[in-house]
Design a protein around this ligand. Sequence first.
Ligand code: GLN
Length: 270
Amino acid sequence: MKKFLKKMVIGLTAAMMTLSLAACGGSKDEGTAAKDDSAEQAGGEKLVFGTNAEFPPFEFVAGSGTIDQYDGIDIAIAKQIGTDIGKEATINNMEFDSLLIALQNGQIDAVIAGMTVTDERKEAVDFSTPYYTATQVMIVKEDSDVTKASDIADKKIVVIQGYTGETVVKEMGYKYEAFKKGSDAIMELVNGKCDVVVIDSATADKYVKDNAGLKIVEDNAAFGEEKYAIAVKKGNTELLDQINSSIQKMLDDGTISDLSAKYLDVETEE
Ligand code: GLN
């Protein structure tokens, strides 16, 4: 009887442990992380920005960044928004394709990721006042004969998965390969394994500056203007209003153009 009771207690304890672990997210590690990060969850005392830190000069991983190890135009903007709102801005770095889902799930408060406002994305989230104007450009080797978008029809094209560059090339009806990281796409070009990378203008400038033997080809007739904005969960007007007034202030006082100039010159680690 005593033995039976002891067994039952052990059994119950094990069951309770399993239950509490499951409640914390399934594994011991995740459970601990969830507990430690409780202050960093969306809607909490901190302002949690989601980004994909693979997009210099907007966001990249640095030795010592503006927020933790993250640096760039967007990261500096995020920090200032936090200051203006009176909350500490934190960064949750994830895949670009996961950002809008994370926002909808309430895992993050806002997305700042050089993200272009598109009609499709507008169906899923609300966008702030735009803070940057960009366009898609083509990066090619210096000796390339490409001078306009239609010249790449039969070339080996590389885009970044989920970026507007992919959408644009797809709409042109050209075949392409999609990479997960811009830096990998550039390596493919540098190594002569593809002919052209289609990517956002400021990021292209940065890559061409940092890698010898490349040049940019623009085609404003083929690639339209894109506006970068911050995304919040649909209906989160309180946060959107706060973000908008902070952005407006940074546009008016020149903070954003200063940051753009500064980060185009900063060496990023590749
Ligand atoms: N502007 C592009 C887009 O919105 C790329 C953004 C990014 O890679 N961070 O798809």
